[in-house]
Design a protein around this ligand. Structure first.
Ligand code: SF4
Ligand code: SF4
Ligand code: SF4
Length: 235
């Protein structure tokens, strides 16, 4: 999968937002980008608009209208239009490794280390990204119930669903960024503390043998005095 590093002109942001609003927000990466938003950025800067299999013909048509470009057939190199699926974990076989949670772009999996995991069906985009990392191959991709597919045929329902997935994806991205920032802050604080301790040690003049002996003697006397005080208190 390509990592998008281009610096975008701020004038493109409104257009990118509108393009992203038309993409299905499955976050599957079949277009060759890390998610729908990076593909929206690429389309805004000239990339072909026919690389999103989950969006299929209808999304291509909407993008072509928005951008005043030709309607193209879906590029088969990126996959084919297929019925929507959702992930299902065969819980009895799950070993609780959490690899699927790490792969899920919309936080649709519940679980904890060494515990059984489960998919929140209503949040699953069917992106398929959890299947490959599972070491025991206990995730199946199942057909979405027909009634749900019919409900999502209606454009407002489909848009609402996409907006919901987009929100979850963006929330997760934000959470991951915050975790990285917190890690960097912790590492910096540790480095600074280590540096400060090192400079304190190197700034102190070396202790003479006589002074070291006096310190030990003083510590021994303090311990004796403490023991004596405890004995007196017991009597
Ligand atoms: S749904 Fe998948 S293929 Fe379509 S734009 Fe989003 S990430 Fe790319
Ligand atoms: S549970 Fe699996 S298929 Fe569903 S959204 Fe998460 S990674 Fe994608
Ligand atoms: S990747 Fe597979 S085994 Fe690991 S927690 Fe997820 S479902 Fe369970």
């Amino acid at each position: 999968m390509r990592i998008d590093t281009a610096v975008l002109s701020p004038e493109l942001i409104p257009l990118i937002e509108r393009i992203n609003g038309l993409l299905p927000q499955t976050q599957c990466g079949q277009c060759g980008h890390r998610g729908c938003r990076p593909y929206a950025e690429a389309i805004a800067t000239g990339e072909a608009l026919n690389r999103c299999p989950p969006g299929g013909k209808s999304t291509i048509a909407e993008l072509a209208t928005l951008l005043d470009r030709d309607v193209l057939p879906l590029d088969p190199e990126h996959g084919v239009e297929a019925p929507r699926l959702i992930a299902f974990i065969r819980e009895g076989e799950c070993i609780g490794c959490t690899k699927c949670i790490q792969a899920c772009p919309v936080d649709a999996i519940l679980g904890a280390p060494k515990l059984m995991h489960t998919v929140i069906a209503s949040e699953c985009t069917g992106c398929d990204l959890c299947v490959e990392p599972c070491p025991v191959d206990c995730i199946d991709m199942l057909l979405v119930p027909a009634a749900e597919l019919v409900r999502l045929e209606v454009p407002p329902a489909r848009r609402q669903q996409s907006a919901h997935w987009r929100q979850r994806y963006e929330f997760r991205q934000q959470r991951l960024l915050s975790q990285v920032a917190a890690q960097v802050t912790r590492r910096k604080a540790l480095q600074e503390a280590t540096r400060a301790a090192d400079s304190k040690t190197s700034d102190s003049p070396p202790m003479s043998e006589e002074q070291a002996r006096a310190n030990i003697q003083a510590a021994v006397l303090r311990t004796k005095a403490r023991k004596e005080a405890l004995r007196t208190a017991d009597n």
